[in-house]
Every structure is written in C-alpha cells, then in structure tokens.
Write a protein that binds this ligand. Structure first.
Ligand SMILES: Nc1ncnc2c1ncn2[C@@H]1O[C@H](COP(=O)(O)OP(=O)(O)OP(=O)(O)O)[C@@H](O)[C@H]1O
Ligand SMILES: [Mg+2]
Length: 385
C-alpha cells in the first residue's frame, strides 16, 4: 500500500534531524572546551608548582584555614617538611603568630592583597629569617600566601648602613685630625719661631738705637752677634719643624731610612733608652700611602716611650705577619692604666691625644691599632694593615 506522507511531517523530521545534528556538534564543542579547561587547569597547576617563590594555598574550613596545596619551591624552602603540614590548620601552624592568622582572615574577608614584612622563625626549621608574606584572595574559598625570603638582602642593607655610619665617623675624625694638626703647627710657630723673631727684632732695634746715636758701637756689635746667633737658631728650629711636619728623608730615601734616622735621633737625645730595630720588610713591600702613617705612629709611640715610660729598652719592629704589614713599638717601661687615659680624653685640649691620633691614623688607612699595657709591665703598640 502506497501511503502518502504528510508534507508537514516531512518538515518536522527535517527540523528534528537538524536539531540532532546541532546537539551532536554542541556536545563535541563542549567536550573540546572541557578538554581545554582541563589543560589550562593543568597548566595553572604546573605554573603554581614551579613558581620561584615559596607558595601555600590555604583553604577556608569553618573559621580556620588548612594547607590545601604548596609548590616545589615551598618544599625546598622547608627541606620537604611542608608535606607533614598538609591539611593542618593555620591556627596550629601559626599558633604563636596571631598577626599572620589575622592577615589570612582579613585577606579572605575583604578580598584584598596584603603584604607583611616580618622576622619569622620557620615552623619547620628553627632558623630565624626575614620574610615578606603576600596574602592573595583566591575565589571561591582560598587564600594564597607567597613567602619571599629577604634575610640576605636585609643583612646586606644593614651592612651598608653600618659602613655608611663608619664612613661618616671616619670623616669626622679626619676633620679632627686636620684641626689638631693646624693647632699643633700654630703652637709650634708661636712657641718657637715667634719667640725667636721677637728676640731678633729686639736685638736689631737696640743695635739700631746704638748705631743711630753712635753711643756704644761695641755694644751694637755684641747685639748684632746675638741677633745672628738667634737667626741661626731660628733656621735650625724651622728645619726641626719641617722635619716634624714631613721629614724630607721620607721622600728622598724612603720609610726604612726614615725609621733608622728617627731611631738614631731619639737615641742621641735619650741616651738611657736603647732603641732596637727589627725591620724585616723591603721598601717596595710598603704601599706609598702607608709610609707617612707608619712614620707618624712610630714618632708618637717612640716619643711616648721616651717621655712617659722610663724604659731602658724599646724595640721597633716592622714585618709581615699573616700577610699583614705589622708595626710594633714595645717598651719595658712602667706601663699605664689605659682605661683611665681613654676616659680622660678631651678633644678641646691639645695634650693627651697622641694615642687617639695613632688609632685614627691606622683606622683611616684601613688598619687597626692595638695597645697592650700593664702597670709595671711595659707598653706595646701594634698597628697592622
Ligand atoms: N709608652 C708609655 N709608657 C707609659 N705611659 C704611657 C705610654 N704611652 C702613653 N702613656 C700614658 O698615656 C697618656 C696619653 O698618651 P698620649 O700620647 O695620648 O698623650 P701625651 O703623650 O700625654 O700628649 P701628646 O701625645 O698629645 O703630646 C700619657 O700621658 C701617659 O700617661
Ligand atoms: Mg703622646
């Protein structure tokens, strides 16, 4: 029987077929999208696992948070011990850090990013570090914390600040040294050259009076002789001051010759004190900038020994000890109370600053100065660079 198909039905079938085809294609698309989402989730997970900053994901549980995940860097950061803290609540892990718990809560409730720099005793190791915690809200129910270890950076900053302070202190000392030097020169000029010149002026004026009035020529001659003698002494004094300021022998013959010369000079004046020299360095072993410093320290220490110690033996040694240039001046005199001297320093007076300027000179040139002394047991000054 040849049944006739209703044309309307044919239309419905076509529509249905189309719909089925559409649904099938949608299902394929949906599958593809699911696969894409899955792939991107995997990618995110890999990224999370491999970020270079130690990271923990905290999941909200009741009023608390638990460790839901962490990355590889966090494992390294805790020597793998973070694994033991999986699913553990923040209230236990941060039991003694209510501030961190509070930041977790605030970040979760307010949905904003919080940064916190804090000293932190690691819960896995008992080492203290300085950490920047970053709390980031992660919908729907998590907070991610990054832990950036800035201990080394902080320590480097602190070192920098300390060395800046030292630099300031040293430049202040430098100004003091300069100022004292000026006072010293001014005192020398006033006390010696000034006195000589006044005497010379007086003898010249009196000679002039005698010559003008043709009173007593023989007196004028005697006065002139005195004047010439005074001039000679003035010239000697100028030489002495010049030698004291900067001995030309240092520039002409070097530090080793200067040390020998100075020891000989001192020996000539203080004959009761034997000065022994033990010089084991060559001229070229000593950097140019240290030569005048070595001379100044030697000068002060030997003068101190001569003036204060009543020693009959002083030993000056210059050698290398553990790759350091070391200058030692050691006397067998009466020694002194170092603490007492140090507490009586007064920068406004000129005397009593010798020990301090030795130390300043050594430290300003990158060295250190050690003073060993005991009442009745002598004194030893060691500068090393
Ligand atoms: N080798 C030493 N033996 C014994 N006492 C010493 C010795 N060196 C220093 N002193 C004591 O330490 C004090 C301080 O010494 P410092 O060199 O600072 O000052 P000063 O020699 O008195 O004066 P300045 O050096 O300023 O001319 C001295 O006054 C002295 O009492
Ligand atoms: Mg002195």
């Amino acid at each position: 029987m040849n049944e006739k198909i209703d044309p309307e039905m044919t239309d419905d079938i076509t529509v249905l077929r189309k719909r089925i085809a559409e649904l099938e294609s949608n299902e394929i698309k949906l599958k593809q999208m699911e696969e894409m989402i899955q792939a991107s989730k995997e990618r995110l997970k890999i990224q999370f696992r491999h970020t270079h900053i130690p990271t923990i994901t905290w999941q909200r549980k009741g009023n608390d948070f638990i460790v839901a995940d962490y990355n590889i860097t966090m494992e390294d950061f805790t020597d793998g011990l973070i694994g033991n803290f999986l699913d553990k609540p923040a209230s236990i892990i941060y039991e003694d850090r209510p501030d961190i718990q509070e930041n977790l809560n605030t970040c979760f409730k307010e949905h904003y990013l919080i940064k916190q720099e804090t000293p932190y005793r690691m819960f896995t190791r008992q080492t203290e570090k300085i950490i920047i915690f970053t709390f980031t809200y992660m919908p729907p129910d998590s907070v991610i914390t990054h832990m950036e270890d800035i201990t080394e950076r902080k320590m480097a900053q602190q070192k920098l600040q300390t060395s800046e302070k030292q630099l300031h202190a040293l430049s202040a000392q430098l100004i003091n040294v300069e100022e004292r030097q000026r006072k010293h020169i001014s005192r020398e000029l006033h006390d010696s050259i000034g006195q000589y010149l006044t005497a010379i002026k007086f003898s010249m004026e009196t000679t002039y009076q005698h010559l003008i009035g043709k009173q007593d020529i023989s007196k004028a001659v005697v006065l002139l002789e005195t004047g010439v003698n005074l001039l000679k002494q003035t010239i000697d004094e100028v030489r002495r001051i010049m030698m004291d300021l900067r001995p030309s022998i240092l520039d002409d013959l070097g530090i080793l010759a200067t040390i020998s010369w100075f020891c000989r000079e001192l020996q000539a004046v203080y004959s009761g004190m034997h000065v022994e020299q033990d010089i084991q360095l060559k001229e070229e072993d000593i950097p140019e900038r240290l030569k005048i410093i070595i001379y100044r320290i030697l000068q002060e220490a030997l003068n101190n020994a001569a003036k204060h110690s009543s020693a009959d033996h002083v030993c000056v040694s210059l050698k290398k000890v553990k790759n350091k240039i070391q200058l030692t001046i050691e006397d067998n005199g009466k020694g002194f109370d170092l603490k007492n001297v140090a507490s009586n320093y007064d920068i406004s007076v000129l005397e009593g600053l010798g020990l301090m300027s030795m130390r300043e000179r050594a430290e300003l040139t990158g060295g250190i100065l050690r003073i060993r002394t005991k009442l009745g047991k002598g004194t030893s000054i060691t500068a090393s660079w």
